[in-house]
Design a binder for this molecule. Structure first.
Ligand SMILES: Nc1ncnc2c1ncn2[C@@H]1O[C@H](COP(=O)(O)OP(=O)(O)OP(=O)(O)O)[C@@H](O)[C@H]1O
Ligand SMILES: [Mg+2]
Length: 225
């Protein structure tokens, strides 16, 4: 379902070119749960942006569900993201003026759903993350772990098939982090494809398969430490 072939990506800063990804080859099967491990600055988020259709590679092929994504326009990329991909970040990115319920509901306002279908999805996903009793709370009235669970409910409400998580436990203490990982594992059991980026080995170990990024090079085994 996710196939990256010979992906290269660099950024130019002034007249300097920063090579970030070198010849990345990666195949993620449908319903697979993989983690991508690597030190800071190794290119993990750059890779996730490409997998998540937020950015396109300089060269190489990215084939997502049989479609060559590397030649898509901005509009086509945004449509693919909306239909297929859910993002979970280290920062929860909740809107501070809105309640938990309203934060989850917000992206659904752009979907063609009746008010009752919308309410059903918001309530179902808040229940799924164990926060239905906090739906009237605003982000500042929730703990960090609870805020991340609201952010996950917001992702789930859009019913993506692929979930990309970039350091989802990075801002959390170990017990809140463990709760988030339980939810991620449940999503995998429910049939989602999961790509989890982390530099925490204990978090990465919970995936079915680990790959490593070092200096923009991806390997299936831990080549260096
Ligand atoms: N927009 C950009 N312009 C220039 N350089 C960039 C840009 N984005 C990232 N980089 C550089 O690319 C390299 C990889 O960055 P990336 O964010 O992918 O690393 P990472 O593995 O996610 O690190 P971390 O674990 O700290 O999040 C870094 O050296 C970074 O400075
Ligand atoms: Mg990063």
């Amino acid at each position: 379902m996710i196939k990256l072939k010979h992906i290269y990506k660099s950024y130019s800063l002034g007249d300097e070119q920063v090579d970030v990804l070198h010849n990345i080859n990666l195949h993620v099967k449908p319903k697979e749960f993989i983690s991508i491990l690597g030190p800071s600055g190794s290119g993990k988020s750059t890779l996730m942006n490409i997998i998540g259709c937020l950015d396109i590679p300089d060269s190489g092929d990215y084939i997502l569900d049989g479609e060559y994504v590397d030649s898509c326009t901005e509009n086509e990329l945004s449509e693919i993201r909306g239909k297929k991909i859910g993002f979970i970040f280290q920062q929860f990115n909740l809107l501070p003026e809105l309640t938990a319920y309203e934060n989850v509901e917000m992206p659904l306002l752009y979907h063609k759903l009746s008010p009752s279908e919308r309410r059903e999805r918001v309530e179902r996903t808040l229940t799924q993350v164990g926060l239905i009793d906090r739906m009237k709370h605003k982000p500042t009235q929730l703990s960090g772990g609870q805020q991340q669970r609201v952010a996950i409910a917001r992702v789930l409400a859009a019913e993506p098939s692929i979930i990309l998580a970039d350091e989802p436990t990075g801002n959390l203490d170990s017990s809140s982090g463990a709760e988030i990982m339980e939810i991620v594992k449940d999503l995998h059991k429910a049939g989602n494809t999961i790509v989890l980026i982390t530099h925490d080995k204990n978090v990465a170990d919970q995936a079915q398969r680990k790959v490593y990024v070092h200096d923009g090079i991806l390997t299936e085994s831990e080549a260096r430490t």
